[in-house]
Design a protein around this ligand. Structure first.
Ligand SMILES: NC(=O)c1ccc[n+]([C@@H]2O[C@H](COP(=O)([O-])OP(=O)(O)OC[C@H]3O[C@@H](n4cnc5c(N)ncnc54)[C@H](OP(=O)(O)O)[C@@H]3O)[C@@H](O)[C@H]2O)c1
Length: 321
């Protein structure tokens, strides 16, 4: 069994995902140090140490990482220019494990790797692998691939039903399954990866996980059952069924003119496009090996209910089960 990881440096510790990772690591008994931007004003809770550094300064980062067993990153829009410095510093500080800020759907198929939305993440993964291989270091890496963030997508209406607008949109028929994950479940996966029981088996590879396997049609049906909203159907024209290839073609045209308004189309391509790897999430999943939960319909309905309440669509009195 691997030597236990105790001290974890966490970048992005005050962000949407990072907050959950920070809490889960702390609860699991790890000693977390938040590595914050020098000018950050985001507070960390008492009991969590914070070191503020210039993230583009390798020497400062190396000093901050000294004595740490693992570096976990949850920074937004990770780009090679900054992430390579973090990787070099973590290797120089001889940490045992680096978890980069990936948290995407699939970076392992030739088709997904060329999507503009993950171009920088692919560069960072490639850099991480080659830096570790060429340094003769004992440092290892693991990336977490979790599919779309479930709470965020449900709130934004990105996976079929838009609860707030009481409308639904399908892509390529709406029957394709996607593996979507909640932020606490992603954080639980990070904890498991750093657990001595799983540290060796998760070294130098991507770990795929998901909280729920869901299609846009099923999520719409469940959302209707929970909220009572009639989303209609494709046949009547109330629900649009969009063709992803066409969406991407339009996005490409826009992008060529510097217009990024079609950017989100690429996420649908990665989730549902044939050969992009989104469809492989169950085959690739580590859920069972790591002992991660998989949501059933009751769990999904509970998340829909709390989201609808948060959006003000459901109040205590009109919530059905
Ligand atoms: N799969 C999905 O559906 C999905 C959805 C959203 C995000 N993600 C991915 O999840 C990861 C984390 O994203 P997130 O949305 O949780 O991040 P976020 O909420 O924007 O978190 C940002 C935190 O990172 C730190 N930070 C470091 N560099 C920063 C910079 N240049 N600008 C702003 N903040 C910076 C800040 O902490 P301090 O102030 O403490 O330094 C901030 O609190 C990213 O890899 C992102 O691509 C995936």
């Amino acid at each position: 069994m691997a030597i236990p990881i105790r001290n974890v440096a966490l970048l992005g510790a005050t962000g949407a995902l990072g907050t959950h990772i920070r809490n889960a690591l702390t609860q699991a008994g790890f000693v977390v140090t938040a590595i914050q931007r020098k000018d950050s004003t985001n507070p960390v809770p008492s009991g969590v140490k914070s070191i503020k550094v210039e993230l583009s300064n390798k020497d400062d980062l190396t000093s901050a990482f000294k004595g740490q067993d693992a570096v976990v990153s949850a920074v937004p829009n990770p780009a090679l220019a900054t992430e390579s410095i973090m990787i070099d510093a973590a290797i120089a500080a001889a940490v045992k494990r680096i978890i980069p800020s990936e948290y995407s759907t699939n970076l392992d198929t030739p088709l997904s790797r060329q999507l503009p939305i993950v171009k920088e993440k692919v560069k960072v993964r490639d850099y991480l692998q080659s830096a570790i291989a060429s340094n003769g270091t004992s440092t290892t890496w693991t990336s977490v691939n979790n599919g779309p963030f479930f709470e965020m997508c449900l709130k934004a209406g990105a996976l079929g039903p838009n609860i707030k607008d009481k409308k639904a949109v399908f892509h390529n028929g709406g029957n394709n399954l996607v593996g979507t994950s909640t932020l606490p479940d992603i954080a639980a996966a990070v904890v498991k990866i750093l657990d001595p029981a799983h540290l060796d088996e998760t070294a130098n590879k991507p770990v795929y996980m998901y909280s729920a396997a869901i299609s846009e049609r099923l999520l719409t049906k469940l959302a209707s059952e929970v909220t009572g909203i009639d989303f209609g159907d494709v046949e009547s024209g109330k629900i649009l069924d969009l063709d992803i290839d066409q969406m991407v073609a339009e996005a490409e045209e826009k992008l060529a003119k510097g217009d990024r308004s079609g950017w989100f189309s690429y996420y649908y391509q990665m989730m549902y496009g044939k050969g992009y790897g989104g469809e492989d999430f169950q085959k690739l999943s580590w859920n069972e090996r790591l002992g991660l939960r998989t949501m059933d319909e009751a769990d999904i309905k509970e998340l829909i209910r709390s989201t609808a309440q948060e959006l003000g669509v459901l109040t205590g009195s009109n919530a059905s089960s």
